[in-house]
Design a protein around this ligand. Structure first.
Ligand code: 3SK
Length: 530
């Protein structure tokens, strides 16, 4: 692994090296408000760090960032890291119950939230004495911040992000963190439904730049980058923040949902040369009327991760846009991609070969390496691994096995040494790059008055991508109809983050079970592939 100095602060390094390279006036980010130079970003991040200090947020304390992709996201993230404060960016699509867990689990002292997402936190803030007793400050980003009540014993009040930045001293303080100091956490879903906070150190952001981005993507200062995956994903954080900033490139941020329409509009406006997508998006874009003609795009690099890219999608994309998609796999635990297709060696239908600097092995159920050509669980050895899951010894022990990190993914190596994805080792489903626990979806369905029992399994859609399907036994089977199926889907969407809802519902008079009465999900799953 590349040598990183012992005293090391990632934010200070990446901000100051761009200024030292003469990029103060080079555009770093473009968002819905306009363009922001490297000089402006450095100033805003320093001010945000100063504001944290002025509010009494101390080194190693934590702040939760629940924000849409605008300039305020990198400002808060880098500003916190520079001040030695631990940033916890979270998925903006979660439910109030998820945020309640994260606030309590992380014991953050500040919440930084976009105006549009503030309502999801309103009740939690009002009831913080019980739910988030450590929370002392709320900062709202965006012009539509609700009017702030004056703080009182039971009311917290809040600051506007912009006012906070404007009134802060532009002090250039950098906390003397070490490369091994905790810099940020990223929550990932667990099969019990409780998120796990993967704890990352300062060095890891630099390592993913050097090990994956530099050799695989060879980004240039002149690149214009766009990532369908938002900044709060580990994938998006590298794609749209640390990788482009490592070479002084420009990133376009979209604060709305990336649909073929919204992304086509973005591509029409900005000459994106590096495009990071996920398989669901590539398939939807190819099928969309809105998709741009080949002559209207400037792609130099296209990347996919999150779930396996179907061979046919990769080939159709290359044939249409003349640019290969480098399919790879990473994880929140390893921070970014460790196995990938690479320039000049793309084999569609596979996830490629190990990224140099990472070592992989496939093991069987007894922990032994499998013979060549056999399927096994993928373990990764590499320097960007998280150090633990916060406050979760049991899961940490299971995943972080010394130098090796378990992925939970099953792979086989083909005759050319390329890795081919074979599914999950546990019950989790990976849907559009996000983990979905079938038990959590089943639990939500069970709360509906008409449901007797149910089983949720992975099912393939027309593009060969995994989505959840629910098999449901009703208390009264004669009620089964499309209307009830739709109501049940809405029921799940109202209880869980909407991406978790079952895309198909099949009513059955009964479910396959073992002699002891356990539902045999594997029998239902087998129907999806036969
Ligand atoms: O899902 C992935 O493949 C991935 C890629 C990069 C970083 C993080 C993740 C989870």
């Amino acid at each position: 692994a590349p040598e990183i100095p012992r005293v090391y602060n990632f934010a200070a390094d990446i901000l100051s090296s761009n200024l030292a390279a003469g990029r103060a006036n080079k555009v770093a980010f473009i968002d819905s408000r306009g363009s922001w130079t490297y000089g402006q970003l450095a100033d805003r991040a320093a001010r945000f760090g100063a504001a944290l200090r002025a509010k009494g947020v101390r080194r190693e304390e934590r702040i939760l960032i629940c924000m849409l992709d605008t300039i305020d996201w990198p400002t808060a993230f880098l500003g916190a890291l520079k001040a030695g404060v631990v940033a916890i960016p979270v998925n903006t699509l979660m439910t109030e119950a998820d945020y309640e867990f994260m606030l309590a689990d992380s014991r953050v002292t500040m919440l930084v939230v976009s105006d549009a997402l503030y309502p999801k936190f309103e009740k939690l803030i009002a009831n913080r004495q019980n739910l988030a007793p450590d929370l002392k400050h709320v900062v709202v980003s965006g012009a539509d911040a609700p009017s702030a009540d004056a703080p009182s014993n039971d009311k917290l009040g809040h600051d506007s992000f912009e006012d906070l930045i404007a009134s802060a001293e532009p002090e250039d303080y950098t906390a003397p963190t070490t490369r091994d100091d905790i810099a940020f956490w990223l929550y990932t879903s667990g099969s019990t439904g409780k998120p796990k906070g993967a704890v990352h150190v300062h060095a890891s952001l630099k390592l993913t730049n050097e090990l994956y981005a530099a050799p695989t993507l060879s980004l240039r200062e002149s690149d214009v980058c766009y990532s369908v995956a938002k900044l709060f994903f580990a994938y998006g954080l590298g794609n749209a923040l640390t990788f482009p900033m490592s070479v002084g490139a420009t990133t376009v941020l979209l604060d709305e949902r990336p649909t073929p329409d919204s992304v086509s509009a973005l591509l029409r406006k900005h000459p994106v040369t590096v495009f990071y997508g996920v398989p669901t998006f590539y398939a939807a874009f190819l099928a969309s009327q809105a998709a741009l003609a080949p002559g209207d795009v400037k792609f130099r690099r296209c990347v996919s991760a999150g779930e396996a890219l179907p061979e046919d999608v990769g080939i159709r994309w290359r044939d249409k846009y003349g640019c290969d998609i480098f399919d790879g796999i990473g994880s929140t635990e390893m921070l970014h991609i460790f196995l990938s297709n690479a320039p000049g060696a793309v084999k569609y239908g596979t996830t490629g070969k190990p990224v140099p600097g990472y070592e992989l092995k496939l093991i069987d159920d007894h922990g032994q390496e499998v013979a060549p050509g056999e399927m096994g669980e993928l373990l990764i050895r590499g320097p960007s691994s998280a150090i633990m899951y916060w406050n979760n010894r049991e899961q940490s022990r299971r995943t972080f096995m010394g130098e090796w990190t378990r992925s939970g993914d099953k792979y086989v190596q083909d005759e050319d040494g390329y890795y081919v994805y074979c599914g999950r080792n546990d019950d989790m489903l990976k849907v559009s790059g996000l983990y979905v626990s079938p038990f959590e979806v089943e639990g939500a369905l069970q709360t509906h008055v008409d449901v007797l029992e149910c089983a949720v399994v992975a099912w393939l859609d027309a593009d060969g991508l995994i989505k959840p399907k629910a098999f449901i036994v009703l208390k009264d089977h004669s009620k089964a109809c499309d209307e009830l199926a739709r109501l049940l889907q809405d029921h799940v969407k109202a209880k869980l983050a909407p991406f978790k809802y079952p895309r198909w519902i099949e009513f059955r008079p009964d479910l396959p079970k073992t002699a002891t009465g356990k539902i045999q999900r594997f029998r239902l799953r087998m129907e999806a592939t036969t």
